[in-house]
Ligand binder design. Sequence first.
Ligand code: HEC
Length: 424
Amino acid sequence: MIVIVALFALYLLERNAMRRAVEQQAVVLAEVVARHATVVQSVYTKQIVEKLSKDGFGAHANWAHHRGFVPMPAVFLKLVGHATSQSYVDLFSYRQISKWHLGPSQGLRDDFEHWAWMHLEAQDQANPSGPIAWQPAWRVERQDNGRVLRFMVADPASSSACVECHNHLESRPQTVEWRMANGTPLGKQWRLHQLIGAISVTIPLEQIEMGVFAQNRPTIIWVSTILIASLIVIVGGLILNVRAISDPSSLPSSATHDSTTGLLNRAGLQSELDHLFRSAHARSQNHAFCCLTVHGLDTIRERGNASVIKTAMHQLAQCIRDRVRREDIVARVRDNGFVVLARSCDLAQAKEIAAQLEYAILHCKISTLGISPALWGTTAVTLLNAASGTVSSALDMMALACEQFDKSRIASTKPPPPHSDTDR
Ligand code: HEC
């Protein structure tokens, strides 16, 4: 589960990083486009319009019908903008716009342009002493043709010529009529450096996404390979696990394990004991046997078939396993007899484990056949240490302890009064 979450997080990180890279590239491109547009306009104004004015001609609104006259700078930029948008339709497009537009097609058109204009207007100053450090406004939008970057940068009154001409044009009857028709306030007057208009740039992100993808292809391929390989390992692991659970033959060897519960059997216990015994000697550690006899299973034995009994014993084994420490070994040595081998513990700890086991059995809910029999467990504890002699004598000791204890108790077994859950 943790691995899947981690993989998903990795994927999200990678996707976010790609998106950010695409947006950053698009913003840089938009800045270049906008700056280039303003440079084109100012070169046109200085080198062409001013030269023609000196020669007795100049720029004229009706330039097409006046010999020797050329378009106004804004109109020239509009022509360049149109031509560019047509040739580079999937790379970028731009428009010169204004809330105070004179040309009918240069107004604020959509939600982005109104939002971005407000952003620029907020940076305008009442009486600027020098050029304002305008910050562009931008955001990414989803349009019919995919994701696009919308970008807007100020086109301020950079020279007194802009101020004079635009201030003069505001009082023209034609403009007044136009302002009234559009509901724009009348009599707007600019000072040098104030906001006259803006360049609105649109960059489709698809091309850039493809570029960034191509650039990051090796990384993407590596990350995807790792993701897919990890998923295959996880899914494979799950399938094998499910098989192992449903196929008893793939459970641990039946020579050392009890086929009903999957716990160790006597032989398995003996080999574990062998191992523990050596370490008990070598490091003079104490270990403990805890014999546990479970009572109250008769109802199930009498009424249930083999598979019902198997399910019940499985649940019982789980109750025992849940109670012992991770390092302890649990074995089924008789029908209703279990042994817990508690590693590195003294008598007090062993008794505590025994008490825990009795508690576990008392509270173990076995539900099969629609009955949940009342169970209880009885325990006996023996220590295993360097003084225990050999493995076989230790086993004998254990068997003896379990048997003696069974003889003394089994005859008169009645369920003890249940403990309350808050005792532990
Ligand atoms: C000689 C007069 C004149 C000068 C000088 C001038 N403009 Fe304009 N400007 C116009 C006219 C006329 C239009 C409308 C053109 C059209 O019909 O599209 C316009 C359009 C614009 C627009 C587009 C929005 C609109 O109003 O339609 C912006 C922005 C703009 N000018 C900014 C500037 C800036 C900045 C400068 C100085 C660098 C400048 N102008 C210099 C006359 C002028």
